[in-house]
Design a protein. Sequence first.
Length: 148
Amino acid sequence: MKIVPVELKEANAFIEKLHRHHKRVQGHRFSIGVEKDGVLVGVATIGRPVARMTNPKEVLEVTRLCTDGTRNACSALYSAAARVGKAMGYKKIQSFILETENGASLKASGWTLDGVSPGGQWKHTDGKPRRTDQPTIPKHRYVKTLNP
């Protein structure tokens, strides 16, 4: 497998086609893909943290990770996202997964479980409507320290 740069438009098209429970992202800091035999088999979008109180100058968040099921593609993407984030000078990278997912790819990539979100919908603090088409069950937050 080979890590490749991917434009947001291409990553979103892949996500729209194959992601089990999320739609495209609005923006990102960068996107990467993984190819096997010259075919794109997975993508990851990495952006600012979704939670407003997390410092976006220090922390990156994997906002989407999607593969076609190719073995080890998820681990390759999580590892590559951390390497790029470290090279860019970020202190930490994080990702949230559903409590029903086992986190094997994150653990294999050296990430650690850092907490559980309670789930539910965010409060409307800015008057804008929130999306209601995403899972609201509790999520596990995994993190990896990049530049302490």
